[in-house]
Design a protein around this ligand. Structure first.
Ligand code: ZN
Length: 155
């Protein structure tokens, strides 16, 4: 009887670790939400330096034109305009979502809709053509918590 206790404990620990991540797969082709690391435009980590400011989000790698999925069961709060700069119009859309006790902004996503509920894993929209604005960058969805705190622990 007792000889099964250790494997069971190990299994439960594994399940716990796997469920520690609040965010499910965000982008088609990026099964484990691999973040943008470093490229010629900078780094994708929270707190990374930008010219005159710091990066308040976490960048998740996502190829141009890829489908973007609901990372958890969510409600769409609104569509976002990311940039007012007309030279960046090709990538200026995003979504504000809420779910899993979080409010999250997703940048550079052309949304299918701007309200309503979406189940985890269902399509939210399409990754916009980031290479057309930042040639050579690691194309990515920018994930930012509405309170600007660090989202990394949810991945
Ligand atoms: Zn970013």
């Amino acid at each position: 009887m007792m000889k099964n206790a250790a494997p069971l404990a190990a299994l439960l620990a594994l399940v716990y670790v796997c469920e520690g991540a609040t965010f499910g797969q965000l982008c088609q082709g990026n099964l484990f939400n691999t973040p943008r690391t470093s490229d010629i435009f900078g780094q994708g980590s929270y707190g990374a330096r930008r010219s005159g400011r710091t990066h308040k989000g976490l960048d998740i790698t996502c190829g141009d034109g890829s489908e973007v999925y609901a990372p958890f069961d969510l409600t769409i709060n609104r569509q976002l305009i990311v940039y007012t700069d007309p030279t960046k119009a090709a990538i200026n859309k995003g979504l504000e979502i809420r779910g899993a006790d979080l409010c999250v902004k997703l940048f550079y996503v052309d949304p299918d809709k701007s309200s309503g509920q979406v189940s985890k894993g269902q399509r939210l929209g399409i990754m916009m053509p980031m290479q057309s604005v930042y040639p050579g960058i690691t194309s990515h969805v920018h994930v930012e918590l509405c309170d600007k705190s660090d989202p990394t622990r949810y991945f």
